[in-house]
Design a protein around this ligand. Structure first.
Ligand code: TPP
Ligand code: MG
Length: 611
């Protein structure tokens, strides 16, 4: 009794920042192979007066337990942290510390990115003095109505959990909630703990028990048996079912279960951006990408499907082709997030993908479909060959991708986020490895690509990481290239230079507008090779697809990060096979805009008839 009392009252005197970092180092996670590793792969940071003396001091104290990485831009560092989590299927995470003001708000875009993609990351922005003693401190926003407001309030709507730690002891309640938000699949997303500069440095006697090692694991929600019964009844009535594999398949590690399930029951599969490579690309039941950036095969099948069986997808407009593709069909929604399961009309199964498939497989018994997918797949193959075969002209994105695809191994990881490339990749990239395809297409944030590659390389040092990036995204944020070199993380960048925002230029013209403000034709193009060389990369410009392939092969054995630049045609893209709702001006002086509007209204009309 006495001993217990002694144990429970034992305390550790630490500053708020020290307690925070100490607590984070004590969080461990069990991976799918049973190994136990630290939950946090490290903390990224850029110091300023808002964090250097508090969080910075604590990071020095725990430097042997918590790796610290310094990047070039807070948003870039946050992208690296988010990509690290995604590459680890959300089993491991990173934090990002910033000063107050601009350093903090630089991370708001990244917080939104993590929120949209449901990816965990811990933001630790410095905040204005809780005491208000020196107000207004450098970089403090003075809100005339309320001294309670700081710029960090911008994080609230883009965080899944948001707190401001104004007293050291608040950590006792807030940190467990922060861990829940980082780890629970149904809650997962960005956590922001705003840290006032003075509170970071204040000490308190924390109970020692608060810092006991905690081993987390992936919680797998099992479906309610009544939902399983309803879903099975729907499945049994279906003539043409289609399974849509979303990111939830990867986060659950359900690829094996999915393959087993569809092979047993003969159900074809289409993949979202986040769900791509759920099945190997050449699996007979894989119809490929679905939606706006989908293949002719998946979309044609989806239009005639009478049951859409969603596994781990939040059904973005790209997947549903702005609700024009399969909204007439019945739906089964397997998702860990209840929010997603009520989208569309059908049966909601709140469950982890693996558990959901397991339960359905058992109840479905031997029911199986025999569907002839060959004509659809053959047609798609013909289209693919047409888009990717070499021509005399400036290469298209699709031709470049097919070349890169040939030069890479199955285990290599590619990363991309914005521009014309994600659509081309979704349709045309061919891979068999489940973690080889890393697309940030929830927020499609220009500038994620290179920073993201740094995080992926930290997560998978044994794999080669290839960035596919347009000139526009490169110019928006490429300076984490330097971070890659400083941390001796070798990444490969393939820069497709079409001298501007090619995809937006095409979209602009597609909406009837005269092209302006997107391509660089009126300015001299930057020399990307010199730019990359200035950081210490091996960089070169190739003049043909053949040169590209040999450069990529030669670069595999180099020690330093490599940038390979190729000029591409901004005007071409692979054919589309579905509609995308982009609103066109209803009134315009421009004839082509009026024509585009007419066409747009036809689509809206067709939609109204279908619903
Ligand atoms: C941060 C951010 N700003 C704006 C956009 C809108 N946007 C999407 S693609 C794109 C152009 C990208 O240019 P580039 O990387 O060269 O690719 P390309 O379109 O030429 O293939 C723009 C401006 C975006 N996705 N992200
Ligand atoms: Mg471009």
């Amino acid at each position: 009794m006495t001993m217990q009392l002694e144990r429970s009252t034992k305390t550790l005197t630490l500053t708020t920042a020290q307690a925070l970092i100490h607590y984070l180092t004590q969080q461990k996670v069990e991976l799918h192979d049973g190994s136990i590793v630290p939950l946090f792969g490290g903390i990224w940071g850029i110091y300023g007066h808002g964090n250097v003396a508090g969080v910075g001091e604590a990071l020095w104290k725990y430097r042997h337990k918590m790796p610290y990485f310094r990047g070039q831009n807070e948003q870039g560092m946050a992208h690296a942290a988010i990509a690290y989590a995604k590459a680890n299927r959300s089993r491991r995470v990173m934090g990002v510390t910033s000063s107050i003001g601009p350093g903090a708000t630089n991370m708001v875009t990244a917080a939104a990115l993590a929120h949209v993609n449901r990816l965990p990351v811990l933001f630790l922005p410095g905040d204005i003095f809780a005491s208000r003693r020196p107000d207004p401190v450098l970089q403090q926003l003075e809100n005339f109505q309320s001294p309670l407001t700081s710029v960090n309030d911008c994080f609230a709507p883009v965080s899944r959990y948001f707190d401001r730690i104004t007293r050291p002891e608040q950590l006792l309640e807030s940190l467990p909630q922060a861990m829940r938000t980082l780890l629970m699949p149904s809650e997962r997303g960005p956590v922001t703990l705003a840290l006032p500069q003075d509170t970071q440095t204040e000490s308190w006697e924390f109970p020692e028990s608060f810092f006991a090692e905690k081993i987390h694991y992936l919680e797998r929600a099992r479906p309610d048996s009544r939902s399983v019964e309803r879903a099975v009844a729907l499945l049994r009535r279906a003539n043409r079912p289609l399974l849509i594999a979303g990111g939830g398949v990867h986060y659950s590690g359900a690829e094996g279960k999915l393959k087993q399930f569809v092979e047993k029951h003969g159900i074809p599969v289409a993949e979202t951006q986040a769900g791509k490579t759920s099945l190997p690309w050449d699996h007979p039941l894989n119809l490929g990408a679905i939606g706006v950036t989908g293949t002719s095969a998946a979309n044609a099948y989806a239009r005639k499907a009478d049951l859409i069986f969603c596994v781990g997808t939040r059904l973005s407009d790209f997947t549903t082709a702005s609700k024009s593709l399969f909204h007439h069909a019945n739906m089964i929604q397997v998702n860990v997030t209840p929010f997603d399961t009520v989208k569309g009309n059908g049966v909601a199964l709140v469950a982890d993908a693996q558990e959901g498939l397991q339960a359905l497989c058992q109840s479905l018994g031997d029911t199986a479909w025999t569907l002839n997918l060959k004509p659809l797949k053959d047609k798609w193959e013909e289209i693919y060959q047409n888009s990717t075969q070499e021509t005399e002209e400036l290469p298209s994105d699709a031709q470049v991708l097919a070349t890169v695809n040939r030069a890479l191994d199955d285990k290599d990881i590619i990363v991309c986020a914005a521009g014309g490339l994600p659509g081309e990749l979704h349709k045309n990239w061919r891979s068999r490895d489940p973690i080889s395809y890393h697309l940030e297409y929830g927020y499609s944030c220009m500038g994620y690509e290179i920073a993201g590659a740094v995080g992926i390389k930290l997560a998978h040092p044994e794999r080669k990481v290839y960035v596919l990036v347009g000139d526009g995204s490169y110019l928006m944020h490429h300076t984490e290239l330097l971070t890659a070199l400083q941390l001796k993380l070798k990444i490969h960048v393939i820069l497709l230079d079409n001298r501007g925002f090619g995809c937006i230029n095409r979209l602009q013209k597609g909406c009837g507008s005269p092209p302006f403000g997107n391509l660089f034709s009126e300015f001299p193009a930057p020399d990307f090779v010199q730019n990359a060389q200035s950081y210490g990369c091996h960089a070169e410009k190739v003049q043909s697809l053949e040169e590209l392939e040999s450069a990529l092969r030669a670069n595999r054995s180099r020690g330093e990060s490599c940038v390979t630049v190729i000029n591409t045609d901004p005007q071409t893209s692979s054919p589309g096979h579905a509609w995308w709702d982009v609103a066109v001006a209803e009134t315009s002086d421009v004839l082509t805009v009026r024509q585009a509007r007419e066409n747009y209204e036809k689509h809206l009309e067709a939609m109204r008839e279908r619903h």
